[in-house]
Design a protein around this ligand. Structure first.
Ligand SMILES: *Cc1c(COP(=O)(O)O)cnc(C)c1O
Length: 429
């Protein structure tokens, strides 16, 4: 028996016990009660402690790009850990350097672009926020670009900086005061965005350092920015000397059917951003995030000693990301995501169940719009039927399955939504 077997199996051995009770006595109650205790995964399926199988249509919230226990990813992580698992950032490793080069190539980033590695999306956005603060020299001199714009409905993480960029009052208010200068502009409203850059706004509140946006808002219920918005945002930020920061933590690395969502003509229209943040799908389930800074100006906003991390860019995380990207490319998963995503979206939209109003999103980042606010109950029914989904809004279900989802699995999901029983609206029963 190996050491690993000794310690992990000993810790859970013989305790088929009441995991939910043990959870609530040992783990902080930030997430509410767990829906199930999961013990194993393979491909797009996971199994719970009772041996029940579920089709995982959430993939750890858009994380497990290659599904569970993918042999290539497992081998890459194991091989790297068995060779060199961690070094300080006083040293470099070949995997880290190769991953930085790979991301710059996927981003088609211009000469002078650079990458900073993190462990999460929050940390990537925190770094981007610090870049916005450094990009502070306005027409009136150093330190005069005081404003950072973000979108209503946007989600960027839970640290104080990332939270300051996140619009949801219930997340923000218990933790105020947050870093200042952030203003929220209405979602998908180019006129309101233009107004935030107007001389009236600038004279009243100062110049804009950065605009931070998700090409598709994930936590807000899978809401895509309309065609032309990002192009307008690029034009305004460029004209006014502000950074355009795209949060692709949820949309990046193939999720929407292209490496980055902004690369799709309908979303980005060929723009080049200043900063893109990544995490979720990047490591295929291993924690890793990245900030891609486009061009020499953005790439040098954080100088020596101005930012750091112990774990960010560690060789195991880099190996996981290289393997994930490699499999997506080798197996043609970008085209696959476009095809199965379209089949899933149109299948659900056409399933003729009175509770289903439609389906939206791109690739395999989708939301099922319900006709009534019964998403929590639908998610419970789904779990009982063997499907993991997410009630992302009172009247919407988010689907973000592994990118390896098969057409047979699409058929099973469509059949589930087609056969949904009538569900009473909360409060009306
Ligand atoms: C999940 C998410 C984050 C936060 O990432 P963590 O890895 O949970 O810190 C930030 N931005 C977006 C768009 C996300 O979906």
């Amino acid at each position: 028996m190996s050491e690993l077997d000794t310690f992990t199996t000993r810790a859970v051995a013989g305790s088929g016990g009441d995991w939910s009770a043990r959870y609530s006595h040992a783990v902080m109650d930030t997430f509410g009660s767990p829906q199930r205790v999961l013990v194993r995964g393979e491909g797009a399926y996971v199994w719970d402690a009772d041996g029940t199988r579920y089709l995982d249509l959430l993939a750890g919230i858009a994380v497990n790009a290659l599904g569970h226990a993918h042999p290539t990813l497992t081998a890459a992580i194991s091989a790297q850990l068995g060779t060199l698992g961690h070094v300080s950032n006083f040293f470099a490793t070949p995997t880290q350097i190769a991953l930085a080069e790979r991301l710059l190539a996927l981003a088609e980033a211009p000469e002078g672009s650079r990458v900073f590695f993190t462990n999460s999306g929050t940390e990537a956005n925190e770094a981007a926020f610090k870049m916005a603060r450094r990009h502070s020299t306005g027409t009136a001199g150093p330190g005069t670009r005081t404003r950072v714009l973000a979108l209503e409905g946007g989600f960027h993480g839970r640290s104080m900086g990332a939270l300051a960029l996140t619009s949801k009052a219930a997340y923000r208010e218990p933790f105020e005061p947050l870093p200042g200068g952030v203003e929220f502009v209405p979602f998908a409203d180019t006129a309101a965005l233009a107004h935030a850059f107007s001389s009236e706004a600038t004279q009243a509140r100062g110049e804009v350092a950065a605009l931070v946006v998700e090409p598709v808002q994930g936590e807000a219920g899978v809401r895509s920015l309309p065609p032309g918005y990002l192009a307008a945002a690029r034009e305004l930020t460029e004209r006014h000397g502000a950074l355009l920061v795209l949060d692709e933590v949820q949309t990046g690395i193939g999720r929407t059917g292209s490496w980055f969502a902004y690369q799709q003509p309908e979303l980005g229209g060929g723009i080049v951003p200043d900063v893109v943040t990544l995490a979720k799908g990047l490591g295929g389930g291993f924690p890793v995030g990245a900030v891609v800074a486009y061009g020499p100006h953005a790439a040098t906003l954080l100088g020596r000693g101005q930012h750091g991390t112990t774990f960010g860019g560690n060789p195991v995380a880099a190996a996981a990301a290289l393997a994930t990207i490699g499999v997506i490319e080798r197996d043609g998963l970008l085209a696959h995501v476009r095809a199965v995503g379209e089949a899933l979206r149109t299948g659900i939209a056409g399933c003729a169940n009175p509770l289903v109003a439609g389906a939206r999103g791109r690739g395999l980042l989708l939301a099922v719009q319900l006709t009534r606010p019964v998403a929590a109950e639908v998610a419970r029914l789904a779990l009982d039927a063997g499907f993991i989904v997410n009630a992302v809004a009172p009247d919407a279900i988010r689907l973000a399955p592994p990118l390896i989802l098969t057409t047979d699995q699409v058929r099973d999901v469509v059949a589930f939504f087609a056969s949904l029983p009538d569900v009473p609206t909360p409060g009306e029963a």
